[in-house]
Design a protein. Structure first.
Length: 144
């Protein structure tokens, strides 16, 4: 199955102390072991780095460790989905026509990446936001 993993699932899968680790980890493990084809939005890679390096955990995750975690658990095992300038224009048009504003617009980048890559599932801890952004594709969105 082609699955696009949202940033929220990647964080939960990589951090054992995260409350959703037990639900998220199997999704990443199925990508690592080849059961599923893993996809990730290019946007999520930088977002993941920002989150990992600022998590309120002790000890903090140093930048070099965050980079290694991302490389080993995402870049090496997932296909990175990049967006073009036309994709961004299309996303903004959709958001504008739908009246969607604020931070949830960043989830639109991830959902659009899932649609562009023909992902069968977009796995996220924020399923309500994704369903609201693209209600016609709500069936692709699943919590871990």
């Amino acid at each position: 199955m082609r699955v696009l993993l949202d940033t929220s699932v990647l964080v939960a899968a990589m951090i054992e102390s995260h409350p959703a680790h037990k639900q998220a980890f199997p999704w990443l493990q199925h990508v690592i072991d080849g059961t599923n084809t893993g996809l990730v939005a290019a946007h999520s890679i930088v977002e993941l780095y920002a989150i990992l390096t600022t998590l309120p955990i002790q000890p903090r995750i140093p930048p070099s460790v965050a980079q290694r975690l991302i490389h080993e658990n995402v870049i090496n095992v997932c296909k990175v989905i990049s967006l073009s300038d036309k994709d961004y224009a299309s996303i903004i048009e959709h958001l504008s026509e739908s009246g969607i504003i604020g931070g949830v617009t960043y989830d639109a980048l991830i959902m659009y990446s899932a649609l562009k890559s023909d992902a069968e599932r977009l796995v996220t801890l924020n399923d309500k936001d994704f369903r609201r952004i693209y209600p016609n594709h709500a069936d692709k969105v699943t919590p871990p």
